[in-house]
Design a protein around this ligand. Structure first.
Ligand code: ATP
Ligand code: MG
Length: 388
């Protein structure tokens, strides 16, 4: 007897002609994720990805990894057994003994995908249900809302018995909708934004601006750690770290104080777009949320958006801080995001930032700067780290 995982694929079932491409992406992702965990045999059949351990493997770690993969709607732990009703009955009683001893009501849901199997789905239900009721006399069959639902699936290779199903990550397979560049700060919002867009099938690259010596090595390590946490969901991420001190000092020296932040943010967007183009990304992603701070008003967004030709995805734009925090906790980035290291934005924050900046005014201020030269020097200092 050995345990396997059954990963059910979700939205991609609906994708018509693209279906094949989606499936290929998903299977490749699953294989990549499990490579790190040990040896597994992985194959796809009838909208299900089978993950079977070769020898002894850590199935808890396998389950943890499986529920983080976008494109999977549910994950069941199951036992495989020969397609013979007596074997199925015996295996179900043995495999589920622990769980059935701790419950009072149950039912059996049977599904016969392999139509060559001699019993119909309802007949399988009756046979297995009757056997279990006899083997565990304290059990009561209950069709509506039982404590335990025993699943029996007759498929091509074997019969699978399970009673534990876990919610999958949902969404679409990473990469199935292309690549995008995440502006990743050390804060709470941007990792959440990256996670949300990866869920919609985007493969991520990340760009981070740091202002050494005003920001520390620890602040940079924190960002790399955040990116690493995201790789559990998003797969490989290359983080491009961009030296930003010269740009910030030049803005501080030449521009009106209340426009510092907005001008700085425009540099971030311009550079992110260049890095994105070099890495085949079709969009930018930020963790902005409407009205959260001065640089996230509609007027401020108009000014930052103006330097971008790519779409800018801001999935957190309609979320409250509390909702973002809740998501950060759920995906496991909150703790790291909360470490108290300074970000380059906070180091040069003006006392009274403009909440309604005017684009003409911003452009007038920027004419005092060698915008192209600053961008080129920053790009020349980019350092890449690939995680995951
Ligand atoms: P976060 O929690 O993501 O840091 P925030 O609430 O602190 O967001 P801002 O500092 O205004 O908001 O930043 C808005 C967005 O700009 C961030 O979500 C992120 O996408 C991007 N950003 C800010 N600072 C940096 C940085 N140092 N490097 C890369 N991107 C950044
Ligand atoms: Mg921030």
């Amino acid at each position: 007897m050995h345990e396997v995982l059954l990963l059910k694929c979700g939205e991609l079932v609906l994708k018509g002609l693209n279906r094949r491409r989606f499936e290929d992406k998903l299977i490749k992702t699953v294989k990549d994720r499990f490579k790190k965990l040990g040896e597994f045999d992985i194959w796809y059949m009838q909208s299900t990805i089978y993950v079977e351990p070769i020898g002894d493997q850590d199935m808890k770690a396998a389950l943890d990894a499986a529920v983080k993969i976008f494109g999977i709607t549910s994950v069941s732990k199951a036992i495989a057994c020969p397609k013979d009703i007596a074997e199925i009955q015996k295996t179900a009683a043995e495999y589920l003994a622990d769980r059935l001893n701790r419950t009072t009501t149950f039912k059996v849901d049977a599904k016969r995908a392999d139509k060559r199997f001699p019993l119909t789905s309802p007949q399988i239900g009756v046979e297995v249900g009757g056997y279990l009721a006899e083997a565990f006399p304290h059990l009561q069959a209950k069709m509506n809302d039982p404590e335990v639902t025993v699943m029996v699936e007759i498929r091509d290779k074997a019969a699978y018995i399970s009673c534990e199903r876990f919610k999958g990550a949902g969404g679409m397979p990473v990469g199935s909708n292309g690549r995008a560049m995440l502006l990743l700060s050390g804060g709470i919002d941007s990792p959440v934004a990256g996670h949300m867009m990866a869920k919609r099938g985007l493969e991520l690259g990340a760009v981070h601006y740091y202002s050494y010596p005003y920001t520390s090595k620890e602040a940079l390590d924190k960002v790399l750690h955040l990116a690493d946490l995201l790789t559990d969901y998003c797969g490989k991420i290359t983080v491009s770290t961009v030296p930003f001190t010269e740009i910030q000092l030049e803005i501080q020296k030449n521009c009106m104080e209340d426009y510092f932040t907005i001008i700085m943010r425009r540099f971030m967007m311009r550079i992110a777009q260049r890095v994105a183009e070099m890495q085949n990304c079709g969009a930018l992603i930020t963790g902005e949320s409407l009205g959260q701070v001065a640089s996230q008003t509609m007027e401020a967004m108009t000014c930052t958006q103006a330097v971008c030709t790519m779409p800018v995805f801001r999935p957190a734009v309609g979320l409250d801080k509390e909702e973002i925090v809740e998501r950060a906790r759920a995906i496991g980035t909150f703790e790291t995001s909360s470490l108290p290291f300074e970000d380059c934005c906070t180091v040069f924050t003006p006392k009274h930032p403009q909440t309604k900046p005017k684009l003409e005014k911003v452009e007038e201020q920027e004419r005092k700067l060698d915008v192209e030269g600053l961008i080129e020097r920053a790009l020349a200092g980019v350092h890449r780290t690939t995680l995951g």
